[in-house]
Ligand binder design. Structure first.
Ligand SMILES: *Cc1c(COP(=O)(O)O)cnc(C)c1O
Length: 345
């Protein structure tokens, strides 16, 4: 099987398994797990934030951030294509009681004036704006890197209106490797940031949220309320330390494979996408001669798995389990599927 559904399918490395096996652990609810503490310190350092907290998933990290920053009945500005809006089972509404304010971004980029225009005036009729959420890289935007300049201009708007900004940085290391911008610089444009160890970095479990000391103290209470306080979590955190130490630079290989795939597919008719918009490890294509479901199904018959992201959107995500040969095979399979519809451009 060539699995391009997601980078979440990546398996822990030998080094991760060994670190997990040998991890020194304690009760993390008491703050006594040395491995979790080390991971949190490393993460705070890498993001340039005062403190960080280990959580079980990216969704939990994002939702704790929303819960910590907002009050029920307030409004949270987010991209209509964001993960928080689309793929977190409406948790922000169900648990935080906020009203989402989805804005039409352009592949994850929200123009700062659009954001500013959506901030509510102080009027008893209106829901007060409490938070702005950003996402980098942008998943439904096809793994695009949201430019630092865009984040800076949104942060300036947020500061002017005294609003916090949360970054869903599930793939912030992909953004950093692809753009050469240090994670710290992206994180400097936001109040809090969440990133995932369980995607391209290959660790089995967990995410980090980072922010000010006060923010993390309050976030710890929310983690406990959600049942997310873990005990000897160093067993899984150990793999995340290995991920930070050994798996960041190699994301460039995933990006190179996505580039290879994009260039191969761009030569075919029967699918549409802009290869110049492939920044990282995601290639989002639109089959024009059959449904996304059918296209994905045809690939599956050839032992290639992809993600259906909508009626006309298919996601191919490169990851560390795949090599050049797998990418070549995928291009050949798409060629075969589109043969009859397609001629080389
Ligand atoms: C995967 C992902 C998340 C959520 O992470 P889980 O660990 O799957 O809960 C959040 N945001 C983005 C952009 C993601 O890709």
């Amino acid at each position: 099987m060539i699995d391009l559904r997601s980078d979440t399918i990546t398996l822990p490395t030998e080094e991760m398994r060994k670190a997990m096996c040998e991890a020194v652990v304690g009760d993390d609810v008491y703050g006594e797990d040395p491995t979790v503490n080390r991971l949190q310190e490393m993460s705070a350092e890498m993001t340039g934030k005062e403190a960080a907290m280990y959580v079980s998933s990216g969704t939990m990290g994002n939702q704790i951030a929303v819960l910590t920053h907002t009050q029920p009945g307030s409004e949270v500005i987010m991209d209509a294509d964001s993960h928080i809006y689309n793929y977190e089972a409406a948790t922000a509404s169900a648990f935080a009681g906020i009203q989402p304010r989805p804005l039409p971004g352009i592949k994850g980029i929200l123009p700062a004036d659009l954001v500013e225009g959506a901030i509510r005036a102080d009027d008893v009729h209106l829901p007060p704006t409490s938070l702005i959420c950003l996402e980098n890289t942008h998943n439904r935007g096809g793994g695009r890197v949201v430019p630092l300049e865009n984040m800076k201009s949104i942060y300036a708007v947020a500061c002017k209106h005294n609003l916090p900004v949360h970054l869903d940085g599930a793939r912030i290391f992909n953004a950093s490797i692809a753009s050469g911008v240090p994670v710290k610089e992206f994180a400097a444009c936001v109040t809090s940031v969440q990133f995932c160890f369980s995607k391209g970095l290959g660790a089995p479990v967990g995410s980090i949220i980072a922010g000010s000391r006060d923010f993390i103290d309050e976030a710890k209470r929310w983690r406990k309320r959600l049942g997310g306080g873990m005990r000897q979590a160093g067993v899984i955190a150990a793999a995340c330390i290995v991920a930070l130490e050994t798996m960041i630079e190699r994301l460039a290989d995933d990006h190179a494979n996505a580039r290879l795939l994009a260039d191969g597919l761009a030569a075919l008719t029967g699918i549409e996408f802009n290869p110049a918009e492939v920044d990282t490890n995601i290639v989002m294509v639109k089959p024009t001669v059959m449904s996304a479901e059918r296209f994905s199904g045809e690939l599956k018959k050839r032992d290639i798995l992809t993600g259906v992201m909508g009626p006309d959107m298919v996601r191919l995500t490169t990851n560390k389990e795949l090599d050049h040969g797998d990418i070549e095979k995928t291009i050949m399979a798409v060629k075969e599927i589109l043969a009859g519809y397609s001629t080389d451009k």
